[in-house]
Design a protein around this ligand. Structure first.
Ligand code: PEP
Ligand code: MG
Length: 928
């Protein structure tokens, strides 16, 4: 006979923790706590109706399997035996709760009914037994309200008249009594008030819903069970499942459990506790409780909860007596239970408990949520305590949780207490605060005066880089996650929000106004949370973090590096960034964007020379400008390679369209005209001739080198001279020359001729036989991925530029997605922003094809990724799966990529173990 009901309580349980699919998370843990020989905790007895009952219910026109009634009756009898009370007994009634419990927690999405079993008769027994009529009538009026709402209205599919549900109708009645009597809180309601309310509630229920509140306890219980099953298909639950991708056919279990009350007087209490501090990971028992209260009162925050022990005290609760002081015996017992539970589950547990008249009950336990700092500490500590192995420790920390350890963040308490004034895309994580300024020049000027500023712009361009550098954070109205502002900010580890279309900047560039009408003027403080994309008015406190001092982080990273096979490099363009990235564990540079030496600090002279080269008309003019520029390029590359001390450095030749560097400021244009001996009209003409309609698909990347071979020649010369000089100085150099935006092997071959010639020339110049280098290409255009077998004939390595590859696969402009991508995400037209997480279905397929075809002609082809996805945990896992050699990401994301790479490797091991466990063991011969 099929088993549909699992009993727990009295030191026994039919189920256990491994049965989450059948009993739901809550039911499985209740069974484990109640019945496991090492636990046997005082769980109020009860029983779980399995998820199979739920699926049966929906498959069979909302009916139950015929065996169910019998099984429920038996389980109920077992509960009554343990509790020494009878359900429906007018002298000493047993009261029950009915709660949902799916495989995965769906907080607040389904319904609950408490205090089942109360009616006009049984309440007398409750009063007699508790000697507390107020408590009894309060429980009764709560039952009538909850039952009418959940069972009689929602589950029955009754549409409330005029949109006002029965709960609201009854609530208004309660409020009216309070108002008439001049009470401020519910606790002032007297026994007589509550008694009258119960009568009134029942009368109203009959009038409004056309049916009386059922007095029979069993009818109440089955009503509650049916309502929980119905709530599996309530709108809230369905929406939540869509978001969390929980299958509809899982169904929910129902837990029917005897009630215990934390609100029976001053010898009763209820609380929530954690086996370790979820805020910082310390191995200390931590929690809060309330005397004479019900579970939801602790969560609701209407009363300040007291600390369970001295360790859990905070400024608000310091004056309150601890549980250890007020209930010493219960505390001692609870402390033993918590350590038993953690040992058993080998993870931090979140515990709910109730004390009823001095007796402790355990109501729930589950793996506790924790922040990033705590997650790292707990994983490392538990590994050292030998409670978990290295692989488990690695899997315990979410890669993105590491961000919290690296960047300053807004003090969580202050953030919670402050309203959000605008929201955008979270482009650069961490928290930052400053005075709002609206131009790059202002950011520089204010910054130089020692002011902390936040640069607010419509969008940013390379000309804004100085201001961006000086600002604490950047806030832009337009742009997506790979827009200019986002890329630059992330590279610097700077807080940044882009695509914040909730804002409008005033025409005079002196203020912005939010959608809700809030105006922030120049110089007024704002605070950004770049991890969430939220903007706040005013100056919120920040919490600074110094990673070098975080020993547990270093310990975790040691485990991580042992486990991973994928290398992690960084995208860095300056020796300073490169050094930072190496500190974070980078094993080379996967993308050195040459053009970045023309932005930011110390770039005035090289930028001027680059502009001179761009505005040159003849080959001679251009060559002369390039010759002047070469030493600057060489110096930067040499210093970066030196900082990397022999680790590979992938240097990409000039990529952006030249017009991006043409100045707009009059003084800059004048100086350029003077240098080139041309008047402003001619200068204007030359600048105009560089303009393109679609620069992203225009004259950029390798196309520049095809048209102007001298540009490639200068860059390759600078790279090889830098490397040759370092080697001659007895240092190490390991350059990889990378050609961007290629679509045919002919482009790679064309540039290779230049590289080979320059290599010979530089060797001769330096008097060396050979300068070590590799020659490869980016794969950024779908055609290049499809023809990877051709590309790999010449290219010794591939680096997938997934920013452009995504742009060109989707046909979405990287710089313009801010105007439509949010709608795609809200409407779920796309599951995720493809510029943040690799679209495995489409772009990922191109990557797979590229690697497979590339390696079909060059077995040892080195393959990496240098698009922004290289720092996204899910994308890193994908890169591991498809067999890349390395990922490359901005310095601050290096630890995230290391952890994600390690988790990908551990997941492989776990998958092998799982499939080995599934294989049937061969029967030994000779044994019958
Ligand atoms: C890319 O396209 O992924 C890439 C790394 O190059 P960029 O972002 O500089 O175009
Ligand atoms: Mg690119």
């Amino acid at each position: 006979m099929a088993k549909y009901v699992y009993f727990f309580g009295g030191g026994k349980a039919d189920g256990n923790e491994s049965m989450k699919n059948l009993l739901g998370g809550k039911g499985a843990n209740l069974a484990e706590m109640a019945g496991h020989p090492q636990l046997k905790l005082p769980v109020p007895p009860g029983f779980t109706l399995t998820t199979e009952v739920c699926t049966y219910y929906y498959d069979n026109k909302k009916t139950y399997p015929k065996e169910l009634k019998d099984q429920v009756n038996k389980a109920l009898a077992a509960v009554e035996k343990i509790m020494g009370k009878k359900f429906g007994d007018p002298k000493d009634p047993l009261l029950m709760s009915v709660r949902s419990g799916a495989r995965r927690s769906m907080p607040g999405m389904m319904d609950t009914v408490l205090n089942i079993g109360l009616n006009d008769d049984t309440i007398q027994g409750l009063i007699a037994k508790t000697n507390n009529p107020r408590f009894a009538y309060d429980a009764y009026r709560r039952l009538v309200m909850m039952y009418a709402d959940v069972v009689m209205e929602k589950a029955a599919g009754i549409e409330p008249k005029g949109g006002k549900g029965i709960r609201k109708v009854l609530d208004e009645k309660l409020e009216l009594v309070k108002h008439q009597k001049g009470y401020k809180s519910d606790t002032e309601l007297t026994v007589e008030d509550l008694k009258a309310l119960v009568v009134d509630f029942k009368k109203t229920v009959k009038e409004v819903l056309g049916k009386p509140f059922p007095e029979t306890p069993l009818e109440q219980m089955w009503g509650g069970i049916g309502a929980v099953f119905m709530s599996w298909n309530g709108k809230r639950a369905i929406d939540y499942r869509r978001i969390e991708r929980i299958p509809d056919d899982w169904g929910t279990a129902v837990n029917v459990q005897s009630m215990v009350f934390g609100n029976m007087g001053d010898d009763s209490a209820t609380g929530v506790a954690f086996t370790r501090n979820p805020g910082n990971g310390e191995n200390k028992f931590y929690g809060e409780y309330l005397v004479n209260a019900q579970g939801e009162d602790v969560v609701a925050g209407t009363r300040t909860p007291a600390p369970i022990n001295d360790y859990s005290q905070n400024d608000q609760s310091r004056h309150l007596p601890t549980l250890e002081q007020s209930f010493p015996a219960c505390y001692k017992q609870l402390d033993q239970f918590q350590s038993r539970l953690e040992k058993h589950y080998k993870d931090m547990q979140d515990i709910e408990f109730t004390i009823e008249k001095g007796v402790l009950y355990m109501l729930q336990c589950r793996v506790g949520k924790r922040n990033g700092v705590a997650a790292v500490r707990m994983a490392v500590d538990m590994y050292k305590e030998k409670s978990i192995d290295a692989n488990t420790a690695i899997m315990r920390v979410g890669p993105n949780q590491l961000v919290e350890l690296l960047l300053p963040m807004i003090d969580p308490k202050a953030e919670l207490a402050t309203p959000i004034i605008a929201k955008g895309l979270p482009a650069g994580p961490g928290g930052a605060k400053g005075r709002a300024v609206f131009t790059s020049n202002d950011a520089v000027a204010w910054g130089e005066r020692g002011e902390k500023v936040i640069l607010v712009r419509e969008e940013t361009s390379p000309e804004d880089v100085d201001g961006m550098h000086k600002a604490q954070a950047i806030l832009t109205l337009k742009g997506g996650m790979t827009s200019h502002a986002a890329l630059v900010a992330r590279g610097w580890g700077k807080c940044c929000i882009v695509g914040c279309s909730d804002l409008e900047i005033a025409d005079d560039n002196k203020s912005f106004t939010t959608k809700s009408g809030k105006t922030i003027k120049e110089g007024e403080w704002i605070t950004l949370n770049g991890t969430k994309g939220t903007v706040y008015e005013g100056s919120l406190p920040l919490v600074e973090i110094d990673i070098a001092k975080n020993e547990t982080f270093t310990d975790l990273m040691k485990l991580v590096d042992k486990a991973r096979v994928l290398n992690v490099r960084t995208n860095a363009d300056t020796p300073k960034d490169a050094k930072k990235a190496v500190e974070f564990g980078a094993e080379g540079i996967g993308l050195f964007r040459t053009e970045h030496m023309f932005y930011g600090e110390g770039s005035d002279k090289p930028l001027f020379l680059l502009r001179k080269m761009i505005m040159s008309k003849t080959l001679e003019e251009r060559k002369a400008a390039l010759a002047e520029l070469a030493p600057f390029v060489k110096k930067d590359i040499k210093a970066t390679m030196e900082a990397l001390n022999g680790l590979p450095v992938t240097i990409r030749l000039l990529d952006p369209p030249l017009h991006e560097f043409v100045p707009h400021a009059k003084d800059k244009l004048d100086a350029l005209g003077k240098e080139l001996h041309i008047d402003s009209a001619e200068l204007h003409r030359r600048a105009e001739s560089l303009k393109e309609n679609n620069p992203m698909l225009g004259h950029r990347g390798v196309r520049l080198g095809i048209t102007y071979p001298e540009i490639t020649e200068m860059q390759v010369g600078a790279i090889l001279e830098a490397a040759g000089e370092l080697v001659k100085e007895g240092k190490k150099a390991n350059p990889e020359i990378m050609i961007p935006v290629t679509c045919t092997v002919n482009e790679i071959n064309d540039q290779k001729v230049i590289v080979d010639r320059v290599h010979k020339e530089v060797c001769a110049k330096l008097g060396v036989k050979k300068i070590p280098y590799m020659y490869g290409t980016m794969i950024e255009i779908p055609r290049a991925a499809l023809l990877a077998n051709k590309m790999a004939e010449t290219a010794e390595f591939f680096s997938f530029g997934t920013n452009d590859l995504t742009q060109m696969s989707f046909g979405f402009s990287r710089d313009d997605i801010g105007s439509f991508l949010p709608d795609y995400l809200t409407k779920k037209t796309l599951a995720a922003d493809p510029f943040q997480t690799i679209d495995q279905e489409g772009v990922g397929e191109l990557i797979k094809i590229g690697i497979q075809r590339g390696r079909s002609v060059r077995e040892k082809l080195k393959v990496g990724i240098c698009g922004e996805h290289g720092g996204d945990a899910d994308s890193v896992k994908f890169c591991h799966k498809v067999g890349m050699n390395y990922v490359s990401c901005s310095p601050f994301r290096v630890p995230i990529a290391r952890l994600a790479a390690a988790q990908a490797a551990v997941e492989d091991i776990l998958a092998v173990k799982k499939s080995a466990a599934k294989k049937p063991v061969a029967k030994k011969k000779g044994k019958k």
